[in-house]
Each structure stands twice: as C-alpha cells, then as structure tokens.
Design a protein around this ligand. Structure first.
Ligand code: ZN
Length: 304
C-alpha cells in the first residue's frame, strides 16, 4: 500500500515538472516573439527615416531644379505654399527691344572700381547686389556705386549660407546689418534683395518660403536672374565665352536679368564687360539699371 502511494506521488510530481517545463517553454517562445516584433517595428521606422534622408540628399546632389520637389521631401506642409514662377509671358516676340539688366553680385571688391570705370566709359547703368565688407577698404565703393547712378541692392551681409538660412531670426539680423550698412554709407533705403544662391537654392535647410514670406511682408522685392554669364561656375570660361553665354540667352527674353560677379578673383568678368556691352548695344538691346518699374524675375515665390 505504501509502495503504491509512493509511486502515485512520484507520478504526480513528474507531471508537475513536465507542466512547469511546458509553461516555461511557452513563456519563452511568446517573449521571444514579442521581442522580435519590437525589434522589427523599430528597424522599419529607422529604414523609412533613412530613406527620406537619402531622398533629400540625392536630390541636393543631383541639383534638382524644382525646389518644390525637395521641399516635399523635407516638409510636406510647404508643398502648397512655394511654386516655380511661370515666366512664359517674358518670352521675346517679333519687334521687341530686349531690356537687359546687368547685375553684379558679391561686391564691393578690388574689381569694383574697374567695373565702374568700364560702365562709365560706355555710359551704362547697372545693378549691384552688395554684401557687408570692411568699410576701411571698401566703404567708398558703396558710395561710388550710387554716386555713379547705378542701383544698389542687398545680397546679405555675411553671404554665409549656413548662418543666414539658419532661421528667420538669423536672416533678419543679417538683413538689418546689410540694409543699415547701405543706408549709412550711401543714404539709400533699399528694398531690393538678391538671395545668396537665388530663391531656388537647394542649400538652405530652412524652407525658402520662410524667407520669401519675410521679404514679401517687408515690402522688399527679390530679384533672381534668367541669364547666366557663367562667371561663377567651376568651368573657367574665357571672356569671349562669357559674352556668348549672355548673348545666346538675351535674345530669348523681353527682360533679361544677367548674373555677373564683382569679386576679386573674377578677372574674366572685367575682361568680358566692354565686349559684352558692345555686343548688346550692337544688337539693339537697352541696358538698364533695375528700378521699381522693372519686370520682376524670380525663380520661385509663395502663394499669397
Ligand atoms: Zn553671391
């Protein structure tokens, strides 16, 4: 009888052990499955976020023309507000006299006086989008630009993309500095602006609509360009090639805003300038400084 009871007890404890082991195995499997699910969810989120970053970077590397494409990838909320400006009504028609606006960015520099001398020789007025420079070295040149009858506009104080496009506040600080510098050196209260890199630049990490809205609210007009001389590209054009680049494009438009640079290392710009003015004048084009009446040429703008 005792033996029988002992056997029963052994069987019961064996069953208990088996049940415990089963429970342990099932718990382990469920825990493992849950953990795998968590890791997979986390990895999926990581992959999606990385894919977005890759899209934005490759768009920047490939120099996507349409800013809206980049904005879409950066922040969908800006998709509606920014658009590529349609300049189709600016295409030249038979009998049009082309209006050409020569614009010089990045000055004043060691070249400014020479550029002003050439413009003076031909009695041609142009537009200078200037930056903040050492007043001891270049202070007189801001003044000479205005005294010679040219239009002066802002091209940021620092020309440092990382700084000015950091935030609206940073942009405003820089804006006020260049605005006041021009006012103090020339007496001109300018409301003309050219964005470093243009309004369609893909370098700014802040959506350009932030700064475009800011300028629109200030009543400041920004001008981009529709004719590129090529004097700022990595390709070193000869002065004759710079002239050809401009002349080939100018014939296409009623209003041409030509991008040139007033910078110390741009000797080809100085060399091409007399030839360019002569070619433009021979073609019957009018060379004018930007005024309030000038057709505004912009790459992108925001929906009001
Ligand atoms: Zn510039």
């Amino acid at each position: 009888m005792e033996k029988y009871n002992e056997g029963l007890e052994r069987q019961r404890s064996k069953r208990k052990r088996v049940a415990r082991m089963k429970k342990f195995i099932v718990t382990t499997i469920v825990a493992f499955m849950l953990l795998t699910l968590c890791v997979m969810t986390f990895l999926c989120i990581e992959v999606i976020s990385l894919q977005r970053q890759v899209d934005v970077l490759s768009a920047k590397v490939n120099g996507v023309e349409d800013v809206a494409d980049v904005k879409e990838m950066v922040d969908d909320s800006y998709l509606d507000s920014i658009y590529t400006v349609d300049n189709s009504n600016n295409m030249a028609e038979e009998g049009d006299v082309p209006r050409v606006y020569l614009t010089f960015d990045d000055g004043p520099s060691d070249n400014t006086n020479e550029i002003l001398d050439i413009l003076d020789d031909y009695n041609v007025k142009a537009t200078f989008f200037v930056c903040g420079k050492d007043l001891e070295l270049y202070g007189d040149m801001y003044k000479r630009i205005v005294d010679d009858g040219h239009t002066i506009g802002m091209h940021s104080f620092s020309h440092n993309f990382g700084e000015i496009y950091q935030s609206k506040e940073a942009f405003d600080d820089d804006y006020n500095k260049i605005h006041d510098l021009i006012l103090n050196t020339t007496g001109v209260d300018t409301h003309l602006y050219r964005f470093p890199g243009g309004s369609s630049n893909t370098v700014s990490t802040t959506p350009m609509s932030v700064f475009i809205n800011d300028l629109n609210e200030k009543g400041t007009v920004y001008y981009d360009w529709n004719v590129v001389s090529g004097d700022a590209t990595s390709q070193a054009f000869t002065s004759d090639q710079l002239v050809d680049n401009v002349m080939n494009d100018v014939v296409q438009y009623k209003t041409s805003v030509v991008l040139l640079h007033d910078a110390s290392n741009k000797d080809a710009t100085i060399e091409c300038l007399p030839k360019l003015i002569e070619a433009l004048q021979a073609s019957g084009a009018m060379i004018l400084p930007i005024t309030d009446e000038t057709t505004v040429i912009q790459h992108v703008n925001v929906v009001q």
